[in-house]
Design a protein around this ligand. Sequence first.
Ligand SMILES: Nc1ncnc2c1ncn2[C@@H]1O[C@H](COP(=O)(O)OP(=O)(O)OC[C@H]2O[C@@H]([n+]3cccc(C(=O)O)c3)[C@H](O)[C@@H]2O)[C@@H](O)[C@H]1O
Ligand SMILES: Nc1ncnc2c1ncn2[C@@H]1O[C@H](COP(=O)(O)OP(=O)(O)OP(=O)(O)O)[C@@H](O)[C@H]1O
Ligand SMILES: [Mg+2]
Length: 275
Amino acid sequence: MAEATELVEETNVDLLLSEAELEAHREHITAFIKGVVDDAGAEGAVLGLSGGIDSTLTAFLAVEALGEEGLHGLVMPSDVNTERNMSDAERVAEMLEIEYDVLDINPVVDAFVDVAPDHAAEDRMALGNVRVRTRAVLNYFVANAESGVVLGTGNRSEAMAGYYTKYGDQAVDCNPIGNLYKCQVRQLARHVGVPDEFVEKPPSAEMWEGQTDEGELGLDYDTLDAILALHVDGPFSKAATVRALDVPESAVEHVEELVATSEHKRHMPPAPEPR
Ligand SMILES: Nc1ncnc2c1ncn2[C@@H]1O[C@H](COP(=O)(O)OP(=O)(O)OC[C@H]2O[C@@H]([n+]3cccc(C(=O)O)c3)[C@H](O)[C@@H]2O)[C@@H](O)[C@H]1O
Ligand SMILES: Nc1ncnc2c1ncn2[C@@H]1O[C@H](COP(=O)(O)OP(=O)(O)OP(=O)(O)O)[C@@H](O)[C@H]1O
Ligand SMILES: [Mg+2]
């Protein structure tokens, strides 16, 4: 896993960040968050806290940008979330001394299944996406009521692979860590003082029991990041990427496919040309 990232270093593609670069990202992102809130004329920001690394890092940076008064955390358990992640999510809010609510989404999700009983209940992806979109509705409920903006937690790896729910966790006002690959998210998290146990936890969307990002994506984030950085964002051909990273051609093709099939998620819904 670390191997692929180290090999990227030898190619001069900027994937692993120096301490100076991490500090520059920290300043750049906190200024960005402050700018988004100020430009919106908002009083603060709302953020879903999952106990995962992306929301934890975003929360740390948002408190640096806005102060603890400026961030409202929402911990939104469903019956497929682990106790550990939900208690870690509350621990983040307590560490940062921000206001937070715990909102049980189970009754809302059950209501969707009740009104459309022929759908979703047997389809873990469809039902998982309902859980994700329910949280988006609640984020905006609180943001509207409190004159806040909704902070997203999408990173560059997820954005490029389309690894998110359309109009779910992607339905936000900005993505402060959206220019960082997942391996850089881990680096920045350590740099700003996020405890190691958050950085080391296996990433999971927790849309159903036992789901993990790397299991579903079919490759680990370090390999995904390396292929994205060299081949999709960078100038390396497929063959050069295979050689540089010592990965099978099928891994590069898999990433190409993730990027291509998620293209629709990165655009406004299209309409026919005017005629
Ligand atoms: N070519 C196309 N042009 C226009 N629209 C197209 C389309 N293809 C599908 N669609 C639409 O998109 C829908 C499918 O997209 P979507 O509803 O997003 O669903 P989908 O991409 O199938 O599933 C979401 C994926 O994101 C992962 N996820 C979600 C949330 C959080 C996280 C996390 O890491 O925390 C990960 C989840 O595990 C799953 O792999 C289709 O039902 C259709 O409505
Ligand atoms: N149970 C939850 N309560 C509140 N917010 C949630 C919950 N589950 C997911 N979210 C929101 O959806 C976002 C996307 O989830 P995702 O799993 O990609 O990120 P993460 O959990 O922060 O990090 P990781 O990738 O390490 O799991 C989270 O960052 C968080 O803002
Ligand atoms: Mg998660």
